[in-house]
Design a protein around this ligand. Sequence first.
Ligand code: PLP
Length: 430
Amino acid sequence: MKNKLSTKLFEEAQNYIPGGVNSPVRAFKSVGGNPIFIKRAKGAYLYDEDSNKYIDMINSWGPMILGHAFGPIENQVRKAIKDSFSFGAPTRKEVEMAKTICNIVPSIEMVRMVSSGTEATMSAIRLARAYTAKDKIIKFEGCYHGHGDSFLISAGSGAMSHGTPDSPGVTKATIKDTLLVPYNDIAALNKTIEANKGKIAGLIIEPVVGNMGCVLPNEGYLKAIREICTANEIVLIFDEVMTGFRLALGGAQERFDVTPDLTTLGKIIGGGMPVGAYGGKKEIMKMVSPSGPMYQAGTLSGNPIAMSAGLTMLKHLKNHPEIYANLDAAGEEIAHGLRKSIKEIGMDCTVNQVGSMYTLFFTKEQVTDYTTAKTCDTALFGKYFHKMLEKGVYLGPSQFESLFISDKIDKKLIKKILKANHSSLEELAK
Ligand code: PLP
């Protein structure tokens, strides 16, 4: 595999951009080597600066559920551009977007658009605090909710991969108000709530975790959390930035039949453009400025080009419910194939999968939380990552990420992915 041009660009990038990348998860720091610079993408494939072609298994970390450069989205974006790129005044498309989201996700009665998942989660916890007049929030170890100060404590994803789950720069005062609880542990949650009675404004959770690798909630776990939050007057926030419109049209809350008070969205909702949103019960959302006192704003919020991309994406998903059955089937076929190879080759690996999200963990433990995720052999994952890359499959460059299957991954591509996986594991076992 040639990567002369990528290497040259990375050398130059490091002079001007911290670490040469605009988001840490793009660096290859935890797997070794230099990042690949992408030139273009179409359907299931990424093409880099050196003209290498890869099957894309991260899909921009989730948004590209319909594959890259999806024709109808491209057309709507081209059309929208002709009417200018931003107005800073309300538009018809924002109303259409809000209506579409509220119709798809029943727990969302009102919604505010923002420009990233981080903005959505930061705003949602401020809103929970404003609504309850309480200060503390509960966050789960290994969950990632963007880079807001309150969340960079035992954070998953890039923070976990790069050994900085607690970031310097977050004040002690902020840390004091974030209560950490292990995922999938109801007893620990009850204990924390008991010790902080009447002080907890909100609980934020990834209903399926994507950010310590893919970790599923235990049977009944989310329903138990719902009951506990109701009993203790804690605002339940589902962070569905990853799972929204992915695990079902209505997200993880539809799949697991649990109704949160607030939901945060991002990724798919923007069809690849920078978009986020938070929404939920009218009674709570009415606190948001200008209808209420909780201030939150954004120059580019509800940007018309982003709304065109996102709306086209959501309409397509809504009109093609078969996409979710196909994605589920693809996810199951991949997970089955991975498990078969692990068994045949005798690797100490485990696979977690739900719908179109999955992770191959290099540990023999069942991965159910932060502690078990950390038992992974990350050095071995690094070797595996590079073997897959050489064979034309682009995975997330970290053990602690979920992979995302797009609608463009057909039977033929699944075979290719599984073949690359089998030979890579065989080579590692030698
Ligand atoms: N919440 C979750 C669950 C995420 O996975 C992410 C990003 O990966 C975020 C929030 C932050 O979103 P963004 O990167 O758009 O700020």
